[in-house]
Ligand binder design. Structure first.
Ligand code: NDP
Ligand code: OXD
Length: 318
């Protein structure tokens, strides 16, 4: 029995070493090694080369090294075995840190004070809004969206979430389905996107969606709105529409961790736009020890005859 680690953009020696430490009884191979394809029972993947998982007759499961699985589902030769994604408290905490950080950064106008500092300008804004007057809306109320929503609520924000099917989350106003999207957007000052990339969500953050956001916050003073934070996937957003909305003043700022093309091309106008904050798709990194621990426990469960956890529903695409 062998594990095939087929990943690009990851530190392969580190992940291989962690897998070997966690499952010393199972050899780990990588594409390019000479190995018996019939021996491969598990594949551990991140953006694997399409087709590289075909021709593994005894493959029993494909693990994603991240929470998202769009990178797996695009493979036209994907074997019909369970796909398992990362659901891990370490990754979840990291994403919530990112969301809370940037919501606070927007609300407390960090960019304004940074600019004032550059000019040695001592100017106090007497009308800092209270968090309860700032309405945050989460697109996506799954594992990451719910945790971020709860932590934002602890900070005092007025939080709502939108999902495909109705969800009940204590202290959070919830909306579901395309028919409730306009009402959700209309009460949103800071839109946080934590959706998966699927056929239904591709390009969802477009001019129409941005035009539906709240135009007037419940605060007075210098804070303007609305604001966008996207840490889901880059192909959820239409970057030309975001830039147009920023330039038209219908969007006050965009904080983007993910991009239509990654790494963000050098000539992208997003890099230098004064209202855009760019982070390099690291809102919630997969920490090797945490994620390998999860994969090892899934494999041990499976070898003991138990069911896999966190299995992706291929028909939904997430
Ligand atoms: P989950 O599968 O737990 O949650 C997905 C949420 O999106 C659910 O609430 C789901 O609705 C909702 N959703 C899916 N499709 C639609 C739709 N068509 N309309 C409305 N809502 C929809 O995923 P996670 O929370 O674990 O992760 C979300 C995404 O975050 C990942 O897929 C990945 O792309 C991204 N991510 C980014 C990282 C980064 O570093 N930037 C790190 C980790 C993840 P319902 O509740 O009804 O199922
Ligand atoms: C993930 C990611 O999906 O890091 O986990 O993007």
């Amino acid at each position: 029995m062998t594990i095939l680690l087929a990943a690009t953009g990851m530190d392969i020696p580190v992940w291989t070493a962690r897998l070997r430490d966690a499952l010393p009884e199972i050899p780990v191979v990588v594409p390019g090694d000479i190995f018996d394809r019939r021996a491969v029972h598990y594949a551990v993947t991140w953006k694997h080369p399409p087709g590289s998982l075909a021709g593994l007759p005894h493959l029993e499961a494909i693990f994603s090294l991240g929470a998202g699985v769009d990178h797996i589902l695009t493979d036209p030769k994907l074997p019909e075995v369970p796909i398992l994604r990362v659901v891990d408290q370490d990754l979840t905490n990291r994403m919530s840190e990112y969301v809370v950080l940037h919501c606070l950064r927007v609300m407390r106008q960090a960019e304004v004070y940074r600019a004032q500092q550059a000019e040695r300008l001592w100017r106090d804004d007497e009308n800092q809004p209270a968090a309860c007057d700032v309405r945050v809306g989460l697109l996506g109320l799954g594992v990451l969206g719910q945790d971020a929503a709860r932590k934002l609520a602890v900070m005092g924000f007025d939080v709502a979430g939108w999902s495909r099917t109705p969800r009940i989350v204590e202290g959070i106003t919830t909306f579901a389905g395309s028919e409730q999207l306009p009402a959700f957007l209309a009460r949103t000052d800071i839109l946080v996107c934590l959706l998966p990339l699927t056929d239904d969500t591709r390009g969802i953050i477009d001019a129409r969606l941005l035009a539906g956001l709240a135009r007037q916050g419940r605060w007075t003073g210098r804070l303007t709105g609305p604001h966008l934070i996207n840490a889901g996937r880059g192909q959820l957003q239409v970057e030309a529409d975001i830039l147009a909305a920023l330039d038209a003043g219908t969007l006050a700022s965009a904080t983007l961790d993910v991009f239509q093309s990654e790494p963000l091309p050098q000539d992208s106008p997003l890099w230098s736009h004064p209202k855009v904050t760019v982070t390099p798709h690291n809102a919630a990194v997969s920490e090797p020890n945490a994620v390998v621990g999860l994969i090892a426990s899934q494999i041990r469960r499976h070898l003991a005859g138990e069911l896999f956890q966190h299995v992706v529903d291929r028909s939904r695409g997430y």
